[in-house]
Ligand binder design. Structure first.
Ligand SMILES: *[C@@H]1O[C@H](CO)[C@@H](O)[C@H](O)[C@H]1NC(C)=O
Ligand SMILES: *[C@@H]1O[C@H](CO)[C@@H](O)[C@H](O)[C@H]1NC(C)=O
Ligand SMILES: *[C@@H]1O[C@H](CO)[C@@H](O)[C@H](O)[C@H]1NC(C)=O
Ligand SMILES: *[C@@H]1O[C@H](CO)[C@@H](O)[C@H](O)[C@H]1NC(C)=O
Ligand SMILES: *[C@@H]1O[C@H](CO)[C@@H](O)[C@H](O)[C@H]1NC(C)=O
Ligand SMILES: *[C@@H]1O[C@H](CO)[C@@H](O)[C@H](O)[C@H]1NC(C)=O
Ligand SMILES: *[C@@H]1O[C@H](CO)[C@@H](O)[C@H](O)[C@H]1NC(C)=O
Length: 286
């Protein structure tokens, strides 16, 4: 976008001036990696044609206006990662929305994950890591037919994870990071075994495709590999990882995980957290 146009829009946004017709037809707004601060103006919800709203790596704070659950049925990417938002995630995601990537990582959001996420049938990436989200493991997200990346890392989720043997649950999941929560009980072997997309598929490994729509936006995530955190700017569609570290799982590593044979097992000591016993970490790579 033209710099002066961008600046003009910025001024407009933060002075909350009414949107003229031309702003209403805006489809792509990228103000990521700036020094924007203060609350997110609810007037952004009036941009009915908006498909990409990219505001990551700013200093925005306050709560996410409720209308954002509703912002537009056109919106495909909402990236609010690494800001200072607090309060609840909007709860009103409408049916037939187009949301493909919801990035809320690195805020102070709290409360449970909203059930209306179930309406986001196109959702491929849900990244809510590094927040204060509470509640049980959201196994109901397993019904999202396109979900490939689920990042719940560093939240306050707790309790045992169900052991559903439903083969159509989490069908396309390739990246699962539930590390540093408070999950308990045995590793849900049956459920992991059903992750069809993590199984080897030779016809896929020959292709090198990146996740995203290939035009304006490529999906990116932060993953831990060999104990180091990496920002993966382009997620290869064949990239597969699972991180269960920093929880309170007990028992043995289930044999069935060996069945996820596109994955390599790696186990690392978690001495930094001063514990050794029932906490264990696994990481699987394609
Ligand atoms: C939001 O940030 C501004 C400026 O950085 C600060 O003055 C204000 O207190 C913050 N508001 C909240 C709710 O944290
Ligand atoms: C969501 O959108 C619908 C239809 O435009 C409207 O009736 C409803 O009040 C909106 N809800 C919120 C929370 O903005
Ligand atoms: C299995 O999962 C699919 C999709 O997630 C769902 O539609 C179906 O109802 C589930 N079946 C059972 C028996 O729970
Ligand atoms: C984890 O859950 C246990 C049992 O519910 C609870 O006693 C403990 O305080 C929780 N720990 C954290 C860090 O939330
Ligand atoms: C899940 O099911 C498998 C096979 O039925 C069983 O061995 C395992 O203990 C179960 N895990 C949990 C968490 O219930
Ligand atoms: C392997 O990947 C190809 C291409 O994405 C797909 O059409 C095919 O159904 C996959 N096979 C299995 C067994 O998942
Ligand atoms: C982990 O266990 C090993 C062997 O049992 C022990 O030598 C080591 O001190 C333990 N580390 C921590 C951080 O507890």
């Amino acid at each position: 976008m033209d710099r002066s146009l961008c600046l003009c829009l910025l001024i407009c946004l933060f002075l909350q001036c009414p949107f003229s017709y031309s702003w209403r037809s805006l489809t792509f707004l990228d103000l990521g990696s700036n020094l924007l601060e203060g609350p997110l103006p609810a007037s952004l919800c009036n941009l009915e044609k908006l498909q990409y709203l990219l505001l990551s790596d700013n200093k925005l704070n306050g709560t996410i206006p409720h209308c954002f659950g509703n912002i537009s049925t056109q919106l495909t990417v909402l990236d609010l990662r690494r800001n200072g938002f607090h309060g609840m995630i909007p709860t009103t995601f409408p049916e037939r929305n187009q949301l493909r990537n919801l990035g809320l990582n690195g805020n102070q959001l709290e409360g449970p994950l909203p059930r209306s996420l179930i309406n986001c049938k196109s959702l491929e990436v849900l990244d809510v890591g590094h927040n204060h989200i509470t509640g049980p493991f959201p196994d109901w997200l397993g019904t999202l037919p396109e979900l490939r990346v689920l990042i719940l890392k560093l939240n306050r989720l707790q309790g045992p994870i169900g052991n559903s043997s439903n083969k159509s649950s989490f069908q396309k999941l390739k990246i699962l990071d539930i590390s540093y929560n408070n999950f308990t009980g045995y590793v849900p072997a049956k459920m992991l075994e059903n992750f069809q997309a993590m199984k080897k598929n030779d016809s896929e490994t020959s292709q090198r495709q990146y996740m995203g729509d290939g035009t304006y936006y490529l999906d990116s995530v932060t993953v831990i590999m060999k104990g180091q955190e990496y920002e993966v700017k382009r997620i290869l569609t064949v990239f597969t990882t699972m991180d269960l570290s920093g929880n309170q799982f007990e028992g043995n590593i289930p044999k069935s995980i060996g069945g996820l044979d596109s994955l390599r097992l790696e186990r690392f000591q978690e001495s930094s957290r001063g514990t050794n016993s029932s906490r264990w970490a696994v990481l699987y790579l394609s």
